[in-house]
Design a protein around this ligand. Sequence first.
Ligand SMILES: *[C@@H]1O[C@H](CO)[C@@H](O)[C@H](O)[C@H]1NC(C)=O
Ligand SMILES: *[C@@H]1O[C@H](CO)[C@@H](O)[C@H](O)[C@H]1NC(C)=O
Ligand SMILES: *[C@@H]1O[C@H](CO)[C@@H](O)[C@H](O)[C@H]1NC(C)=O
Ligand SMILES: *[C@@H]1O[C@H](CO)[C@@H](O)[C@H](O)[C@H]1NC(C)=O
Ligand SMILES: *[C@@H]1O[C@H](CO)[C@@H](O)[C@H](O)[C@H]1NC(C)=O
Ligand SMILES: *[C@@H]1O[C@H](CO)[C@@H](O)[C@H](O)[C@H]1NC(C)=O
Ligand SMILES: *[C@@H]1O[C@H](CO)[C@@H](O)[C@H](O)[C@H]1NC(C)=O
Ligand SMILES: *[C@@H]1O[C@H](CO)[C@@H](O)[C@H](O)[C@H]1NC(C)=O
Ligand SMILES: *[C@@H]1O[C@H](CO)[C@@H](O)[C@H](O)[C@H]1NC(C)=O
Ligand SMILES: *[C@@H]1O[C@H](CO)[C@@H](O)[C@H](O)[C@H]1NC(C)=O
Ligand SMILES: *[C@@H]1O[C@H](CO)[C@@H](O)[C@H](O)[C@H]1NC(C)=O
Ligand SMILES: *[C@@H]1O[C@H](CO)[C@@H](O)[C@H](O)[C@H]1NC(C)=O
Length: 816
Amino acid sequence: MHRLSLVLALLATASCSAHADTPFKTVDLGYASYQSNVNLVQGVTSFLGVRYAAPPVGKFRFAAPQTPFPVRGVQNATKAPLQCFQAGIFGTQGASLTSPFRSRSLEKRDTDGISNEDCLFLNVHVPNTPSQRSPLPVIVYIHGGGYDAGNGTYYPAQDFVKESNYSVISINVQYRLGLFGFLGGQAVKNNGSLNAGMLDQQFALKWVQTYISKFGGDPTKVSIWGESAGAGSIILHSVAYGGNVDPPLFRAGLANSPFLPFVYNYSDPITESLYSQVVSKANCTNPTDTLSCLREVNAIALAAAEVSIDSANFLGLFTFVPVIDGDFLVERPTVTLQRGKLNSKAVLISTNTHEGTIFTPQQVVASSNITLEQYVSGLFPRLDQDHVQTAIRLYQEQDLPTVPERAAAIMGDSIFICPGYYTLKAFGDRAWKARYAIPPALHGDDLSYEFSTYAVPPAFNNTAFITGWQQAFLNMVHSLDPNAKTEITIVPEWPKYSNNNTEMLFNHTDASGVHADSSFKVVDLGYATYQTNVNLIEGVISFLGVRYAAPPVGKFRFAAPRTPAPVPGVQNATKPALQCFQNNIFGTQGASLSSPFRSRSLGKRDTDGISDEDCLFLNVHVPSKPSQRGPLPVIVYIHGGGYDAGNGTFFTAQDFVKESKGSIISVNFQYRLGLFGTLVAKKARHGSCGYTGQTWGARDIRGCAGYRRDMQGTMGMRGERQGRAGHDGNVQSTTKVYDAREMARMRPARRGCGGDDDDAPGAIGIRRGRWDAQGMARMCRARQRCVGRDNDVRGMPGMRGGCQGCAGAEEMCRGW
Ligand SMILES: *[C@@H]1O[C@H](CO)[C@@H](O)[C@H](O)[C@H]1NC(C)=O
Ligand SMILES: *[C@@H]1O[C@H](CO)[C@@H](O)[C@H](O)[C@H]1NC(C)=O
Ligand SMILES: *[C@@H]1O[C@H](CO)[C@@H](O)[C@H](O)[C@H]1NC(C)=O
Ligand SMILES: *[C@@H]1O[C@H](CO)[C@@H](O)[C@H](O)[C@H]1NC(C)=O
Ligand SMILES: *[C@@H]1O[C@H](CO)[C@@H](O)[C@H](O)[C@H]1NC(C)=O
Ligand SMILES: *[C@@H]1O[C@H](CO)[C@@H](O)[C@H](O)[C@H]1NC(C)=O
Ligand SMILES: *[C@@H]1O[C@H](CO)[C@@H](O)[C@H](O)[C@H]1NC(C)=O
Ligand SMILES: *[C@@H]1O[C@H](CO)[C@@H](O)[C@H](O)[C@H]1NC(C)=O
Ligand SMILES: *[C@@H]1O[C@H](CO)[C@@H](O)[C@H](O)[C@H]1NC(C)=O
Ligand SMILES: *[C@@H]1O[C@H](CO)[C@@H](O)[C@H](O)[C@H]1NC(C)=O
Ligand SMILES: *[C@@H]1O[C@H](CO)[C@@H](O)[C@H](O)[C@H]1NC(C)=O
Ligand SMILES: *[C@@H]1O[C@H](CO)[C@@H](O)[C@H](O)[C@H]1NC(C)=O
């Protein structure tokens, strides 16, 4: 949202590019028929603005959603619905009536043309030509925005259909926001419905159960997916009704940066105080039935009243959020998580490295001179002094020198990162965890990777990376396992979180030119030992200038290549060998001693600094993390240049290793050129009878076949390559393409790698690693320090696995 102006500009473009396909598709839902011919992305028909609940207005304001009334005739589902009333995402940071996020006229009652109290609509995105037989798995996307902002159109869930190769149906759902969806208090409990916004979401999930088959969807294969408050909603649905929802409404949860603010009881003094403030701002203090009065108030005025209440809240906090209602939420979600009774089969959770930063604007925090103690106390108003001090101690670390940085870490850990861990733990061996770490890795940055057409383009626009990220989530949708690939990706075997708290780290590695790997790799060939730390490209280790034949000089000029003499010690294979003497590639076109291509002094014997008669070397390129068990297939690249020019370095055979995603080894080598290799050979061996290809140069080529063993692969040329080498000296190398079945076979092999910090094959930067909650989320450390029991900091919102372990914690909880 910090890039809102860009976002708005792009959205304008995006809606213009929506184009109508010729045929209308029509779906009869019984209570209404909808038709659409809108394709927001290629190959996907979007039904926009399908009503799933009656207008939640008048007496239904602050009430549970109701079944929509039947409507006659065919409705056009071709225009995005208006959004629910909302405050800006930065509700507490200067949102005001003049905020650019809301420019509503105070005249109208239920709508201002941008927002509408009648907002309970969803968008359904269906493949025009499904790539697999119906019924298709279904994704229900729940948008984020702090339970206070956002809409169903801004998050292009239609992308999922295309990203899945047209094998899923996706849905965006809108739900009531801010005080319309999350007004708490005893009065709402008595005469209305608490957590109305959550009930809206749940109502939509029930709608999916009833109607999605009409669109070709499979109601038994529903996944719910969301980011931020949308991801928090995934957690809440997982624990709803104490985990006793039966029949289930979905089977998998996909949660990016789950937002779990502290969940107060509906009648908590804090919640009641918010209710009173709303009553007061709405001029409803006199009536005895304040709730009925609130239902009479113009929606626009009510939304405006919320802004000032939100702004008065503590920095970065959202004000109207879910509460314990004794029904949908029977207790704090973290408590239900600990019981392990859940409404879902599996979960994939991601968090970003710096979740808290945008909610703790560093400049604002710095210039306010707030102390960390004041910050923690403000963020968690119920925390007692002891625990404020505990929290402060936990964040006094070298890598977080300033108060703003510490505040950001506390915000991020307690409200986004730790809730993810609690959820993972609750799901046991049905849970996987990703960490999104591409700098700046702020909250929301990952959205550009989930959605191919998100308004903000990805910072790291790398197809392999983006595909890897997206497919992991889609694999969950299909098979409840991110490893069940339907498409080849660079993501290695992804261990469960329960496997030693393993997470997958998604980052990009330094791809700028040649750089040294931290460690040398050493290979002993018997006659010589070579070492290298060179990465010409990411994820590939190159041994440069490995000698494969003795110097073809002196009496060995014009002679067959010979086995190299052994050399003691470790040789550096970190620099390419000089090339063989050569003519320029346009050999017949005026090459001369003064040619710019060769400026050799004729005084020297075997080298001119560019070329060297002692040139029978090769480069071996090995994946730093092979994607399959060795021995690997080998590509030997034989450079071209009319047998007269070229070298082993110019043709970047290391590319093949990367292009194959780490599943092959490649070699490029040099052979004698021009008169050193070919012409004389003709004369000497075959006279003028013609060229047969049996040149010395070709023998040099064969020479390399002598070394059958190599670093990790089976070096040596393949029959067909040898054959073709005889023709023109150029082998058209092709990288191996795996189909999904082959991939599946490869996977078990990789299990042997053990969950350490392996770089992904291709090293785009996906790592498996063991990260424990302590290392990751400092706040979580408190859980261990709390008398060694599995408890977290008392009073830390969203962080408690139960209060039993910590002295005095029970009281703290009761106090809440
Ligand atoms: C739906 O759109 C079509 C094409 O624009 C139009 O002909 C039709 O009248 C519309 N139907 C309704 C109910 O608005
Ligand atoms: C959805 O939200 C975006 C971002 O706030 C806004 O620009 C857009 O107008 C909204 N769209 C609809 C259809 O409400
Ligand atoms: C997508 O599905 C089609 C079958 O409809 C198949 O031919 C194609 O290979 C698939 N593409 C990918 C990338 O899996
Ligand atoms: C509930 O609504 C009824 C009828 O409007 C009203 O008489 C009663 O006072 C309300 N109860 C509360 C607790 O607001
Ligand atoms: C409440 O009353 C004040 C003063 O009459 C007025 O300015 C304000 O708009 C009213 N608020 C609402 C929500 O009607
Ligand atoms: C919430 O408050 C109500 C009324 O004060 C109380 O009966 C209930 O036990 C509380 N729930 C929890 C989980 O504390
Ligand atoms: C913060 O401290 C600086 C330096 O002492 C002072 O100039 C500034 O006014 C203070 N800001 C606030 C908001 O107190
Ligand atoms: C991600 O990579 C960047 C460099 O590209 C590095 O600065 C950052 O620390 C990495 N993040 C993690 C969590 O490893
Ligand atoms: C990202 O890369 C793709 C493929 O290389 C390209 O088509 C697209 O325009 C790029 N997007 C941006 C925002 O640079
Ligand atoms: C966790 O790590 C330990 C020590 O590395 C290892 O012995 C154990 O097998 C691992 N557990 C699992 C489930 O992989
Ligand atoms: C190889 O390179 C390393 C690092 O640059 C250097 O310390 C070592 O002396 C070199 N060894 C040889 C045999 O040149
Ligand atoms: C390889 O050939 C290219 C193109 O002629 C030349 O620029 C380069 O210097 C040569 N490199 C080596 C290491 O011989």
